[in-house]
Structure formats: C-alpha cells, structure tokens
Design a protein around this ligand. Sequence first.
Ligand SMILES: Cc1cc2nc3c(=O)[nH]c(=O)nc-3n(C[C@H](O)[C@H](O)[C@H](O)COP(=O)(O)OP(=O)(O)OC[C@H]3O[C@@H](n4cnc5c(N)ncnc54)[C@H](O)[C@@H]3O)c2cc1C
Length: 377
Amino acid sequence: MSERPDVLVVGGGVVGVCTAHYLVERGARTTLLERGEICSGASHGNGGWIFPSESAPIPGPGVIRESLPWLFDPESPFWIQPRANLALLRWLWDFRRACKASAVRESFRLRRSLSLASLERFSEFANKLDFGFTQRGLVLIFRTAKAMRNAQHEVDLLEAAGGSAKWLGVEELRGRVSGLSPGVSILSPELVGGLEFTDDAHITPGDFVRGLAADVARRGAAIETHTEVLGVEWSRRGPVRVRTTRGDFTADEVVLAAGAWTPELTRGLGLRVPVEAAKGYSITVERPEGHPDLPLALVEGMVFVTPMGSRLRFGGTLELAGLDMRVNQRRVDALARTVRSFLPGIPRTPTVEIWRGLRPLTPDDLPILGRPAGTSG
Ligand SMILES: Cc1cc2nc3c(=O)[nH]c(=O)nc-3n(C[C@H](O)[C@H](O)[C@H](O)COP(=O)(O)OP(=O)(O)OC[C@H]3O[C@@H](n4cnc5c(N)ncnc54)[C@H](O)[C@@H]3O)c2cc1C
C-alpha cells in the first residue's frame, strides 16, 4: 500500500461500509478490510426493513417465560444451543436484566431515535443510489387474539414516543393486503386482524451495501476484499497494527465492524464485547406477478415477508448457536410452512436463494458504539 490510511475499517457489511462512507465524507484516508466479498455477512440476506415504529428490543417482560417451550422444539423460530460457554452465560445473564420494563423503555427510546435517523439517511442515499428504497409502511398480521393483545404493549410504547399505528379488522386487512387477482386473497381465512405502520420503509439490503461500497471506492477509499484480519495490536503510542492474510496494515485508528465475529478480534486486546451470533434464515423466490409491494410480518411465526424488486424474501428464526454457519433444513422447512399457513394464496415460484446469516446481537439489543474507555486508536 502506498500511503498509510488514517483509518482502517474491519468488515464490509452495512456497518463497515457506512462507516467508510462517513469517514471519506469527512476527508479521512480510509481503507476497508473484508475477508470475503463486500456484503457477505448478515447484511446480505436480511429482511431489509427500516422500521422505527418497531423499536422494542428483543428482550422484554415475559420474553424468557414465553420462549422457554420453544427451546425444546427443533422447528421453533427461537433456539439456544446448550453449551457451557462463559461468554454465553454472561450474555444470557445480561439479557435477563435487559428484560426489565424500565430497561426496555430506555432501549426503545434509544433504538427509535437511531432508527429514525437511519430512515432519514437511507432516504438521502436513495437520491443517488438505487437500492429499492420504498417508504410505504408495513403490516403485521395476526392469527390469534392473544398475539394482538400482546402487541398493544408495543403500540403504547410507540404512541408515547410520538408515533402511531392503525389496528385493522379482518376485512380492512384483506383490503389492505390485496390479492393477486380481483376477489382472490393471498391471506389465510384464519387470520384475526392486522396492525399497520405507515411511515416505515424497506430496501434491498445487498444492493444498498454493494452500491455504497462502489461509491465509496470511487471517492477514494481503498476496499481490500479477500483480506482476513487475524489480529489487532495497539500500543499507547504509535499506529495500530492490523495483521491480515495479506500482510500487515497500519493506521492511526481502527474501527471494528466485523459483526458477529467482532468478539474474536477483541479477545486478544483484552476487551469484552458482549455480542452473540444470532443465526437467521431467509428464502428468496421470484416474485409472483401482482404480489403487493408491501412488507408483512407473520407475527406468531416470527416471519418477515419483503418484496424486493422482482424478488420476494421470507425470513426469520433466531438461533444462538455460536459461529456455526450450518443450515438447519428443518428450520428452513418450518419457515416455508409458516409462510404457506399465513399466506396460502401465494403461488409457488422458483427459489433464488436459501440463505443463513449471523446477526451480531447484544443482550440489550443496542449497538456498541465508540471508543473503549481508556484507549486510543
Ligand atoms: C434473518 C435476518 C433478518 C434480518 N432483518 C433485518 C431487517 O429487516 N432490518 C434490519 O435493520 N436488520 C435486520 N437484520 C439484522 C442485520 O442483518 C444486521 O444487524 C446487520 O447486517 C449487521 O451488519 P454488520 O455490518 O454489523 O455485520 P455483517 O453484515 O455480518 O458484516 C460483518 C463483515 O465482517 C466480515 N468479517 C468478519 N470477520 C472478519 C475478519 N476477521 N477480517 C475481515 N473481515 C471480517 C464478514 O465477512 C462480514 O462481511 C436481520 C438479520 C437476519 C439474520
């Protein structure tokens, strides 16, 4: 490399690429290191929802009690692989604390303000990049009155924060989620209602990250793919050294944005980063002709459905199974069955991709931002 960058960014997912973008915008010489291709982690196959209305974190009152039966069901949308791992035990302990009502209210406030700021930034990016940004809201659909009652808690949080949502009766729901041909609904007759949010947006996440990375490279950042970071070394004085499979890189500062793999990089630095890998799956198919351009959440199944241009993506599940990237076919099949049970009217179309990815998940579901106390670089 000819010139030492001011900043090295590790990780070419949405966080690393956006970080590189804002660094370049502020005039920093920036190099991004990615071990695979850009957007080969969680940022590729996710739901693409920019959803400030649903800012409640994953932990919440009653979440532990309600999810316990799922832990023993191989087809459930939530699972923890039993293992004696100190980091996981500490994480679960912190998760339990984050389930308190007061902690949830504070997380909601922070997550909502971050998410509203994100929504604004995405709509600015949409002026110069094409990544399917669509701000037409989304609809939660329910199969049981109990799940509808439970959702009232989140509506209360939202309304207290100045947002709004609209309950839909069955007929209104059918009107809102139109069928593929007149008079034919895609919805199951067993649904009991819906909840509509009008301000939220959806995107095609891979198009966003790859488009922004190409733009950042055009504006002068060096994007080094197939460059795996093996370790980070820093001292109180002098540059930070990053060891990679393509030799050493040095810079004044390093940003770690390696998603679920970040704790692997900080361990050698004596920093505890409470991030667990939370595996999720998605199935992307060709979008049936006339399918509504409206994302749906199939609430009891914890499944999202997002139209993305000529594709339609279904996804969900949350497995705490460490950095294991194996595909659990039973969960993929269960996901497809959930979609068919809520939306039997969607015709089968060819599958484009079955995907799994590891969300970086903190116990309170808040991001970890900023410098570790007492460090530089
Ligand atoms: C099924 C599913 C659905 C989701 N739906 C949504 C949604 O609708 N809306 C939403 O906002 N979020 C959603 N998410 C969460 C979202 O995908 C993640 O929060 C986000 O992608 C995390 O981005 P990231 O940049 O931190 O991580 P990643 O995208 O995983 O990027 C990390 C990158 O670091 C690289 N890397 C790792 N280790 C190294 C190393 N040693 N050296 C170099 N490079 C390294 C990886 O290859 C990877 O490219 C969903 C997640 C899943 C799994």
